[in-house]
Design a protein around this ligand. Sequence first.
Ligand code: UDP
Length: 234
Amino acid sequence: MYKRIVLKLSGEALAGERGFGLNAEKVIETTAEIAELHALGVEVAVVVGGGNIFRGVAEHAKGMDRVSADNMGMLATIINAIALQDALEQHDVQCRVMTAVFMNQIAEPYIRRRAVRHLEKGRVVVFAAGIGNPFFSTDTAASLRAMEIKADVLLKGTKVDGVYSADPNLDATAVKYDQITYMEILGKGLKVMDLTAVSLCKDNNLPMVIFNMNQPGNIKRVVMGEKVGSLVTA
Ligand code: UDP
């Protein structure tokens, strides 16, 4: 069983059927799975995306200055983080939101040592606002935070069962890799996570598991060491 994990949740994971915005039921369901891990004694840090609300590179940001658009994207992740915190507390799990863009009235500023202390005390930590800089993604934030807090693994929940040779929704010949190296992902340009995030994990030898979030119970299976999804290593 992994002891300390970083779970990257995309904004989409909180959107439900409509594909955008926040769906209260989806948020409760997702956080129920996090609460289950917490009950097992796993230290859980979540990095949440914002794509369900706003993405700097999205079509509707066209014509905007990239920095302005990305700032909006980072704010979107904070909205999601507060929703996660609220839902975790409904499951009786203590949670702290830490933001990379400081917003002290609403959440704590990200301070690495404090984040680690929260985890040691059994609180779930939600990292919001990515790394606090435009031109980055929350995938990269997840790799960075995982390294900083010395997580055992970075888990990335997606809509598909793992890493495929091509998009399985578009190409019937696509095959799934149970295990794959960082270099293969980078070399083949596989769209699993953004490439900055993958190279950061590679440089620091941080294992990643890419798995299907839409299958209930999968997060727990991965954490317990079952062969679910795709394992990415050196
Ligand atoms: N973002 C940013 N810097 C960061 C992380 C995120 O500027 O360090 C912005 C960027 O515009 C991004 C948006 O926040 O598109 C939402 O994050 P992301 O696209 O990673 O969310 P997800 O796809 O996981 O929902």
